[in-house]
Design a binder for this molecule. Structure first.
Ligand code: HEC
Ligand code: HEC
Ligand code: HEC
Ligand code: HEC
Ligand code: HEC
Ligand code: HEC
Ligand code: HEC
Ligand code: HEC
Ligand code: HEC
Ligand code: HEC
Length: 336
C-alpha cells in the first residue's frame, strides 16, 4: 500500500460523492487520509471494486512511452476513434471516468488503460502504435493494467489461480470497449457462455439429460466457481465440494443418526455436478454405482435386488431410499 502516499492523486473512485457526505465531519486532510486508508482496506480486501491501488510503469510495457505525458482530453480522440468512443461511453468505465473529472486518475480516462497519449497524438499512424495496444501486449501486462484498480477481493485468488497460470488475462472474459453484456462487462451476455468458449467438454455435459438448471439459465458456472480463482481447489466458491452443495441443498447436510460414509466424504463420489446421462446426474447407472464400492454377496447377489429389469427397478435405492443418511431409529441400513 506504499503507493497510497502519493499526494498528487486521489485513489478512490466515486470520490466526489463520498466527499460531500463524509468529509464535512471527518475534517481536513487528516480525516481524508484516514478515510482513504479505510476505503482502500474495505474495497481492496472485500469486494474487488475499482479502487486505484498501484501505478503502471508504462515505459516498461512499451519502451517508446518513456517521456510521454497524459493529455487528459478525450475530445482529441473523437476525430479518429468516434465509433469506439461512443460504445465505450456506455460502459461503467466510460461513465465513471467522465463523471469524476476532478479526480486526476479518472480524468485521464482512456489513458488509464492505454497509457499516456502525447506521443500517439504526435504520430497517430506510427506502427506499432505509440501506446498500449491490447492486441500486442503480454498477458501479464494486460493483467497489470487492470489490476491498477482491481487489486481487491478477487485478486486474492487470481494470483494462484489456474486461469492466470494457464495464460489467461482479463480481456479473455471481459470486454471494456463496449457493453456486450448487462453484467460485469462480460464478453458474452451470460457468464456461462464465456466459459463454454474454452470449456467445451463442460458444455457437452450441460446438454446431457440430467443436469442442474445451468443451460436453462437459472444458475451458471459462476454459481459454483470463482473465475478469478478462490484459493480453494478447482476454484470452487466453498472450501469443499460438500460445503458448496450444502449451500443450495441444505437438507443433505445432516447430521444424520445414520450417515452414509461416501456422502459425507464427497458428493462427487456419486454425482457429477456438470451433468450426466444417468438420472440425478449420477456418475454410474443404478446398481452399478453401489456395486462399485459394495461387494457382491448376501442379498445383493439375488438378481431381483440388483437388476434394473427387476420389479425393484432402480435396484438398490428402492429399498435403500435414504441414501444420503437416515434419522430413523432403525435406519442403519438406510432403508427408512
Ligand atoms: C483507473 C482505474 C481502473 C482501471 C485501470 C480499470 N478499471 Fe475496471 N472499474 C473501475 C471502476 C472505478 C469501476 C466501477 C466501480 C466498481 O464496480 O468497482 C470498474 C468496474 C469494472 C467492472 C465491473 C463492471 C460492472 O458492471 O459492475 C469490471 C468487470 C471491470 N471494471 C474490469 C476491468 C478490466 C478488465 C480492466 C482492464 C482492461 C479494468 N477494469 C481497468 C476502475 C478501473
Ligand atoms: C489523427 C487520428 C488519431 C487520433 C487523434 C487518435 N488516434 Fe488512436 N489511432 C489512430 C490510428 C490511425 C491508429 C491505428 C494504428 C495502427 O493501425 O496500428 C490508432 C490506434 C489507437 C489504439 C490502438 C488500437 C489497437 O489496435 O489496439 C488506441 C488504444 C488508440 N488509438 C487510442 C487513442 C486515444 C485514447 C486517443 C486520444 C487521446 C487517440 N487514439 C487519438 C489514429 C488516431
Ligand atoms: C478500462 C480499460 C480501458 C479503457 C479506459 C479504454 N480502453 Fe480501449 N481497450 C481496452 C482493452 C482491454 C482493449 C482490447 C479489447 C479486446 O480486444 O479485448 C481495448 C481496445 C481498444 C481499441 C482497439 C479496438 C479493439 O477492439 O481492439 C481502441 C481503438 C481503443 N481501445 C480506444 C480507446 C479509447 C479511445 C478510449 C477512451 C475513450 C479507451 N480505449 C479506453 C481497454 C480500455
Ligand atoms: C475466466 C473468465 C474471467 C477472467 C479471466 C477474469 N474475469 Fe472478472 N469476472 C468474470 C465473471 C464471470 C464475473 C462475474 C462473476 C459473478 O457475477 O459472479 C467477473 C466479475 C468481475 C468484476 C466485478 C466484480 C464484482 O464484485 O462485481 C471485476 C471488477 C472483474 N471481474 C475484474 C477482472 C479483472 C481485473 C481480471 C483480470 C485480472 C478479470 N476480471 C479476469 C470472469 C473473468
Ligand atoms: C480463454 C479460455 C478460458 C475461458 C474463457 C475460461 N476458462 Fe476455465 N480454464 C481455462 C484453462 C486453459 C484452464 C486450465 C486447465 C484446462 O486446460 O482445463 C481452465 C481451468 C478451469 C477450472 C479448473 C481449475 C482447477 O483448479 O483445476 C475451472 C473450474 C474453470 N476453468 C472454470 C471456468 C469458468 C467458470 C469460466 C467462465 C467464467 C471459465 N473457466 C472460462 C481456460 C478458460
Ligand atoms: C453445482 C456446482 C457446479 C457448477 C454449476 C459447475 N461446476 Fe465445475 N465443478 C464443480 C465441482 C464440485 C468440481 C470439482 C469436482 C471434484 O473435484 O470432484 C468442478 C470442477 C470443474 C473443473 C475442473 C475439471 C474437472 O472436471 O474436475 C472445470 C474445468 C469446471 N468445473 C468447469 C465448469 C464450467 C465451465 C461450468 C459451467 C458450465 C461449471 N464448471 C459449473 C461444481 C460445479
Ligand atoms: C447455486 C445453487 C446450487 C448448488 C451450489 C448446487 N446445486 Fe444442485 N441443484 C440446484 C438446483 C436449482 C437444482 C434443480 C432443482 C429442481 O429442479 O428442483 C439442483 C438439482 C440437483 C440434483 C438433481 C438433478 C436432477 O436431475 O433431478 C442433484 C443430484 C444435485 N443438484 C446435486 C448437487 C451437487 C452434488 C452439488 C455440489 C457439487 C450441487 N447440487 C450444488 C442448485 C444448486
Ligand atoms: C453414495 C452415492 C451418493 C452420494 C455420495 C451422494 N448422493 Fe445424492 N443421490 C444419490 C442417488 C442414488 C440419488 C437418486 C435418489 C432417487 O432417485 O431417489 C441421489 C439424489 C440426489 C438429489 C436429487 C433427489 C433428492 O434427494 O433431492 C440431490 C439433490 C442429491 N442427490 C444431492 C446430493 C448431495 C448434495 C450430496 C453430497 C452431500 C450427495 N447427493 C451425495 C446418491 C448419492
Ligand atoms: C464411493 C463408495 C460407495 C458408494 C458408491 C456407495 N456406498 Fe454405501 N457405503 C460405503 C461405505 C464406505 C459405507 C460404510 C461401510 C461401513 O461402515 O462398514 C457404506 C455403507 C452403506 C450401507 C450401510 C451398511 C452397513 O453395514 O451398515 C448401505 C445400506 C449402503 N452403503 C448402501 C449403498 C447403496 C444402496 C449404494 C448405491 C446407491 C451405495 N451404498 C453406494 C461406500 C459406498
Ligand atoms: C428389497 C429391498 C432391498 C434391495 C433391493 C436391496 N437391499 Fe440391501 N438391504 C436390504 C435390507 C432390508 C437390509 C438390512 C438387512 C439386515 O439388517 O440384516 C439390507 C442391507 C444391505 C447392506 C448392509 C450389509 C448387509 O448385507 O447386511 C448393504 C451394503 C446393502 N444392503 C447394499 C445393497 C445394494 C448394493 C443393493 C443393490 C444391488 C441392495 N442392497 C438392494 C434391502 C434391500
Amino acid at each position: 500500500m506504499g503507493k497510497m502516499e502519493r499526494s498528487d492523486s486521489k485513489p478512490v473512485f466515486g470520490w466526489k460523492k463520498l466527499e460531500a457526505g463524509f468529509f464535512s465531519f471527518t475534517g481536513g486532510e487528516m480525516g481524508k487520509n484516514v478515510l482513504i486508508a479505510l476505503l482502500l482496506t474495505f474495497f481492496g480486501l472485500s469486494s474487488g471494486r475499482g479502487v486505484w491501488a498501484a501505478d503502471v510503469n508504462w515505459a516498461s510495457i512499451v519502451p517508446e512511452l518513456e517521456g510521454a505525458t497524459y493529455v487528459k482530453d478525450t475530445t482529441e480522440c473523437e476525430e479518429c476513434h468516434e465509433e469506439y468512443m461512443a460504445t465505450y461511453g456506455n460502459t461503467v468505465h466510460g461513465r465513471i471516468f467522465r463523471l469524476n473529472l476532478k479526480n486526476d486518475k479518472d480524468a485521464i480516462d482512456c489513458e488509464n488503460c492505454h497509457g499516456p497519449m502525447s506521443k500517439h497524438l504526435d504520430a497517430p499512424r506510427k506502427k506499432p502504435p505509440l501506446l498500449v495496444s491490447f492486441s500486442i501486449t503480454s498477458q501479464e501486462n494486460k493483467n497489470k493494467i487492470c489490476i491498477q484498480c482491481h487489486a481487491g477481493g478477487m485478486q486474492i485468488g487470481w494470483k494462484g489461480s489456474l486461469h492466470r497460470r494457464s495464460g489467461l488475462s482479463c480481456p479473455d472474459c471481459h470486454y471494456t470497449m463496449e457493453r456486450k453484456s448487462d453484467r460485469k462487462l462480460l464478453i458474452t451476455e451470460r457468464a456461462t457462455e464465456a466459459c463454454f468458449k474454452c470449456h467445451t467438454e463442460k458444455k457437452g455435459q450441460a446438454l446431457k439429460s440430467s443436469h442442474m438448471p445451468v443451460r436453462e439459465g437459472k444458475m451458471g458456472c459462476e454459481s459454483c466457481h470463482s473465475p478469478h480463482g478462490s484459493g480453494n481447489s478447482k476454484m470452487l466458491k466453498a472450501g469443499s465440494v460438500n460445503d458448496l452443495c450444502y449451500s443450495c441443498h441444505a437438507e443433505k447436510r445432516g447430521p444424520f443418526v445414520w450417515e452414509h460414509a461416501p456422502v459425507r466424504e464427497n458428493c462427487s463420489n456419486c454425482h457429477d455436478p456438470h451433468g450426466s446421462n444417468n438420472p440425478r446426474m449420477l456418475i454410474t447407472k443404478g446398481a452399478f454405482l453401489c456395486l462399485s464400492c459394495h461387494q457382491y454377496g448376501g442379498h445383493v447377489n439375488l438378481p431381483r435386488y440388483n437388476r434394473a429389469s427387476s420389479p425393484y427397478g432402480q435396484g438398490c435405492i428402492n429399498c435403500h431410499s435414504r441414501i444420503h443418511g437416515s434419522n430413523h431409529p432403525s435406519g442403519a441400513k438406510l432403508t427408512r
